[in-house]
Design a protein around this ligand. Structure first.
Ligand SMILES: Nc1nc2c(ncn2[C@@H]2O[C@H](COP(=O)(O)OP(=O)(O)OP(=O)(O)O)[C@@H](O)[C@H]2O)c(=O)[nH]1
Ligand SMILES: [Mg+2]
Length: 650
C-alpha cells in the first residue's frame, strides 16, 4: 500500500520500524560511537517517544539522542497514508481532487463515489498517499458498502484520517466521526461546506469543538480551496507527532454517543434563525407529493427538449466542418491508397455497394465526432447541471412509490438516470442498493429501459428522418419493455423491497468553473474511451465484410434475424457484433435501407439484447459471473421475444 520515502529521524512517526540509510553527522568519531550502539547504515530502529531528546530502540536496547544527532540520521520510512472519510456528499472527493490534483467525480447526491480512489499529495515537500473513500454513516455501513474500505478501517493501515464533515449538519456528521476517533489513529476534523453553513446562520466555534473532541478542527470550502492550507499544517503536525493524542473517552452505545454529540454541538454551535430563502421553499415543493411529480415532469420535458435541440444545433455546426474541411483533407492525405484494397476500408466503398458508409476515416469519424459527440455533450450539460443542483435525490423521492411497484425504491432512480448517459457508471452505481434482488432488478431496468446517449443519438439520426412518431414508438416500446422486465423480476424473484433511506442534500447553484471542469472530464472520457472503439468498430466490420465473414454470420443467424424479426439477413453481422459498440451498429444499419418498421424492431433489439462490451465486463465484476450471465440471458430472451412480437404486430 505504501512506498518508501527518506526522512530525518526527527520527522519520523513513533512506533514503526525503519531502516537507517545515511548518517550525515560530520564528526566521524561520533559516527563511530553511533555504530557501536547499533545505529549504522542498514540498521533497523524504532522511534519510541515524541519530543526531544528522542528515544529510539536500536539493537534491542533503548538509546536517547539529542535533536542535532537525531537530525543527522536519515531513515527510509513508508510513505504516510491519509484517508479522507466521512458521510456521503460532504465534499470528500472535491477535497481529494484539490489535495492530489487528480480529477475524481463529485456531484451533489449521496453515493457519488463507489470505489476507493488513490492519489499522491505533497504537503511541506513530503509526499503522502491519499485515499478518497465512498461516503458512509457508520463503521458498520462501511463494512456492508465496500469491502476494501471496510478492511482498511478495520485493520487501520492508514496513518492519518481527515474526517470531512458537512458543517451544515454538524450533529449528524459527528456520529461516524466519534467511531473514527475511537479507532485511536490521528484524526483531523474538517468542517467543509462552511460557506453554506454560514449562509444558513450556523457558526461553529472550532476552538471549543476541538477542545471537546480532543482533535484539531479546521473549516473549509472545497469549492474555493479556502482552509486547505491550514489543513496541510495540521496534517504535517499530526504526521510528526507534534499534536497531543485524543483524550476523549468515546462511549460505546449509540444512545450515549448521541447524548455526548448533543452536548458538544449545543456548546460549540450557534444557529441564528433566518427566514427560508426562495430556493429553500422550492426545495420542499420538489419533494412534496402534490407538486413533486409535476415539477419532475416539467424538468424531464425541458431536459429532453434541451438535449434534442442543442444536439441538433451542434450537429449543424460541426457537419460543414467535416464535409468541407476534414473529409477533403483526409482524402488528400491518404490519396496514395486510392485504388488499393485499403481505400474502401478508409473511406467506404462505391455508392450502392454493401461497404458504402463503412469507411473508418469517413463515417467512423463523422459518427464519433459529429453525430454522437453533439448529443453526448448536450446530455452531460443537463445531467451535470441537475447533479450539481441536487435535483437527483429529489427525483428519487418523487419516483419512490412507483419504483416500489417493481421491487425497487427511489434511490435506484439515480443509477437509472445515469444509465441514460452511459451504462457503465450506472451499473457501478447500483452498488448503493441494499439487496442482490434490488441490484438485479435495477440492472435489468438500466439495460432495458432506454439506450445510452451515444446510441440514442444514432437512433435519432437513423429513425428520425422517418418522422417523430417512429422515435416515440421506439422509445415508448423500450420504456414499456424496461418496466415489464422490472415487474416480471419482482414477481418471480423471492424477497422484499427495503424502504428508501437516503440523505437529501440542500440545493446548490452549480459553479461555472467546477461545472465546466466536470463537463470537460466527461467529454475527455468519451473522446479517449469511446471514440477509438467507434472508429475501430467500423474498421472491424468493413474488414469482416471484405473477407466474406459477414456473409457467413448472416447465414448463421438467418433464421432469428430474417424469419423471426423480419430484418434482412445481411444485417445479421452488424446486429450480432452490436455488443462491441451499439451506436456504431445502429449507424451501420443505414446502408441496408430498412423500412421504418424494420428500424424500430432493430433499434429495440439492439438496445437491450446484450450490454455493450464495456458494460458487460463491469456487470460481471459487480454482480459476479453467475448473476452477470443470468442477467444477460434474461435481457437476450426478453428483447428477442419483444422484437419478434413487434415485427408481428406492426
Ligand atoms: N458550497 C459548497 N459546495 C461544496 C463544497 N465542497 C463540495 N461541494 C459540493 O458538494 C457536492 C458533493 O461533493 P463530493 O465531493 O462529491 O462529495 P463526497 O463526499 O465525495 O460524496 P460521496 O462520494 O457521495 O460520498 C458537490 O456538488 C460539490 O461541488 C463546499 O465547501 N462548499
Ligand atoms: Mg465522493
Amino acid at each position: 500500500m505504501s512506498t518508501l520515502t527518506r526522512k530525518k529521524l526527527t520527522d519520523l512517526r513513533r512506533g514503526i520500524a525503519v531502516k537507517v540509510v545515511d548518517i550525515t553527522y560530520e564528526d566521524k568519531a561520533m559516527v563511530k560511537r553511533f555504530q557501536s550502539m547499533g545505529i549504522y547504515k542498514g540498521a533497523t530502529i524504532i522511534r519510541k517517544t515524541n519530543g526531544t531528546p528522542i528515544v529510539i530502540e536500536a539493537a534491542g536496547a533503548d538509546v536517547a539522542l539529542g535533536e542535532e544527532f537525531a537530525e543527522s540520521i536519515i531513515v527510509e520510512a513508508p510513505q504516510q497514508t491519509i484517508f479522507l472519510l466521512g458521510n456521503p456528499n460532504v465534499g470528500k472527493s472535491t477535497i481529494f481532487s484539490r489535495l492530489t490534483g487528480i480529477k475524481v467525480y463529485s456531484a451533489n447526491y449521496p453515493g457519488t463515489t463507489v470505489t476507493l480512489s488513490h492519489g499522491e499529495g505533497t504537503f511541506y515537500k513530503t509526499p503522502y498517499s491519499v485515499y478518497d473513500m465512498p461516503g458512509v454513516y457508520s463503521l458498520d455501513e462501511a463494512c456492508t458498502a465496500d469491502n476494501e474500505a471496510c478492511s482498511v478501517l478495520k485493520t487501520a493501515p492508514y496513518d492519518i484520517a481527515i474526517y470531512v464533515a458537512d458543517a451544515q449538519h454538524l450533529e449528524r456528521n459527528l456520529f461516524f466521526a466519534m467511531e473514527i476517533i475511537a479507532l485511536g489513529k490521528p484524526v483531523v476534523l474538517l468542517l467543509n461546506k462552511y460557506d453554506m453553513a454560514q449562509k444558513k446562520g450556523i457558526e461553529i466555534d472550532t476552538a471549543k469543538l476541538s477542545d471537546m473532541l480532543g482533535v484539531p478542527v479546521v473549516t473549509s470550502n472545497g469549492m474555493t480551496g479556502q482552509g486547505l492550507k491550514k489543513l496541510e499544517v495540521i496534517v504535517h503536525k499530526l504526521a510528526h507527532n507534534k499534536l497531543p493524542a485524543c483524550a476523549l473517552n468515546i462511549p460505546q452505545s449509540a444512545e450515549e454517543k448521541w447524548q455526548l454529540i448533543g452536548k458538544i454541538s449545543k456548546e460549540a454551535q450557534t444557529i441564528t434563525h433566518r427566514h427560508p430563502s426562495l430556493l429553500e421553499k422550492l426545495e420542499d415543493a420538489t419533494t412534496a407529493p402534490l407538486t413533486g411529480l409535476p415539477i419532475a415532469l416539467v424538468i424531464m420535458m425541458i431536459s429532453f427538449m434541451f438535449i434534442r435541440y442543442s444536439g441538433e444545433g451542434l450537429i449543424t455546426l460541426l457537419e460543414p466542418l467535416y464535409e468541407n474541411y476534414y473529409l477533403p483533407f483526409a482524402q488528400r492525405l491518404f490519396s496514395f491508397a486510392q485504388g488499393t484494397f485499403a481505400w474502401p476500408l478508409l473511406f467506404g466503398g462505391a455508392a450502392g455497394s454493401v461497404s458504402e458508409g463503412f469507411g473508418m476515416l469517413s463515417e467512423g469519424v463523422k459518427i464519433a465526432l459529429v453525430d454522437v459527440l453533439s448529443y453526448v455533450f448536450s446530455f452531460y450539460v443537463v445531467l451535470e447541471f441537475l447533479g450539481d443542483l441536487g435535483y437527483l435525490p429529489r427525483m428519487a423521492i418523487v419516483l419512490d412509490k412507483f419504483l416500489h411497484k417493481i421491487g425497487l425504491h427511489g434511490y435506484s432512480a439515480i443509477p437509472i438516470m445515469l444509465g441514460f448517459g452511459c451504462k457503465v457508471p450506472a451499473v457501478m452505481g447500483v452498488r448503493a442498493l441494499e439487496t442482490r434482488r434490488q441490484k438485479i432488478i435495477a440492472i435489468a431496468l438500466i439495460l432495458m429501459l432506454a439506450p445510452c446517449i451515444s446510441q440514442t443519438a444514432m437512433m435519432f439520426s437513423v429513425v428520425g428522418p422517418h418522422g417523430l412518431a417512429y422515435i416515440f414508438l421506439t422509445f415508448g416500446i423500450l420504456a414499456a419493455q424496461g418496466i415489464f422486465a422490472g415487474w416480471l423480476l419482482n414477481k418471480v424473484m423471492r424477497g422484499d423491497t427495503t424502504d428508501i433511506f437516503m440523505e437529501v442534500p440542500p440545493w446548490q447553484m452549480p459553479r461555472a468553473g467546477h461545472f465546466a471542469r466536470k463537463l470537460l472530464a466527461r467529454i475527455k472520457e468519451y473522446l479517449l474511451d469511446a471514440v477509438p472503439l467507434i472508429i475501430l468498430g467500423i474498421l472491424l466490420i468493413s474488414a469482416l465484410d471484405m473477407f466474406g465473414i459477414t456473409a457467413f454470420i448472416g447465414k448463421l443467424f438467418y433464421y432469428p434475424v430474417q424469419a423471426m424479426m423480419g430484418l434482412p439477413a445481411e444485417s445479421a453481422p452488424v446486429i450480432s457484433l452490436g455488443f462491441l459498440r451499439k451506436d456504431v451498429s445502429i449507424a451501420l444499419l443505414e446502408p441496408f435501407m430498412l423500412s421504418p418498421k424494420q428500424l424500430v424492431v432493430a433499434c429495440i433489439f439492439m438496445t437491450s439484447y446484450l450490454p455493450c462490451a464495456a458494460t458487460f465486463f463491469v456487470l460481471l465484476k459487480e454482480m459476479g459471473i453467475k448473476d452477470g450471465l443470468k442477467i444477460c440471458a434474461f435481457t437476450l430472451v426478453l428483447s428477442f421475444a419483444l422484437a419478434c412480437l413487434v415485427n408481428l404486430i406492426l
